[in-house]
Design a protein around this ligand. Sequence first.
Ligand code: MLT
Ligand code: MN
Length: 309
Amino acid sequence: MHLILLGTAAGGGFPQWNCWMPTSRAARETPHRAHPRTQSSVAVSADGVRWFLLNASPDVREQLRRLPVAPPATGRQVPIEGVVLTDAEVDHTLGLTLLREARLLPVTATAAVFRILDEDSGILRVTGAFAQVPRTVLEPGVRTPLLYRDGTPAAITVEPFLVPAGPPSFARNAGADHTVGLLLRSAGHTVAYVPGCGGLDEALLHRLAEADLLLFDGTFWTNDEMQAAGLSPKSALDMDHLPISGPDGSLIRLATLPVPQKVYVHLNTTNPVLLEDSPERAAVVAAGLVVGDDGMQFTLGAPVPAALA
Ligand code: MLT
Ligand code: MN
């Protein structure tokens, strides 16, 4: 299984357009010290040739350029086989509308996510006015095979699991499966993709321990990151993001989790781990985790295809 981190920033990107905190300022003025990042999305492929998006970000147009897909001689080519969603947040779904020229855009998500996209954000109503959007409905705890656009199996299964989180702020009557993590399995290897998660109990840690590669919510460094900076009255946990640091944070728990590769994704523009030379970054690295960056590639099991090497 092959993965490319297409976007490792949280909603708004890095630097977020209206942010002049030290992290965002560094991304503009000294980008070697704080690499700019696009919004949260990952590409996954069993063969290194045909790709699925995990979430569709507002930066999808720019992100698709990273896919090693051979161009056709002429005409048009849709370089993805479909989109799998973890939730219905704007930063993870606005890209669906931006892919409307695909004409056929298969989407895989839970029933609650489809309902929010239909009734609350309207994103699938808009997208569906331009493209055919065949749906595959995921159920928590059930492994569902991903299919290519031609209907043949992609040799990847996806199993969603509930994570502690509230529904998007604009959602009415969301079902329990409005926000999930994904276990992606292919050829004996497992990736856990959890870009939004408000807690890490023993049961969830046990589930994540199966993975060979974990991509986990690294939105905030501290719980009061936005409050202390006067940017929001809400804490990280109010926004359903478990902070990295502190005795109840994710780092201390993930440090001992027996997963070979552990990577923080969905990094907010205020997070000091974005600064390459910060003590917070050093603490993440010392604990054996990686701060995700756009363009990072991971290959599990299969040889690296020439297009990716
Ligand atoms: C989140 O991750 O908390 C949401 O994406 C928030 C947002 O998009 O504004
Ligand atoms: Mn988000």
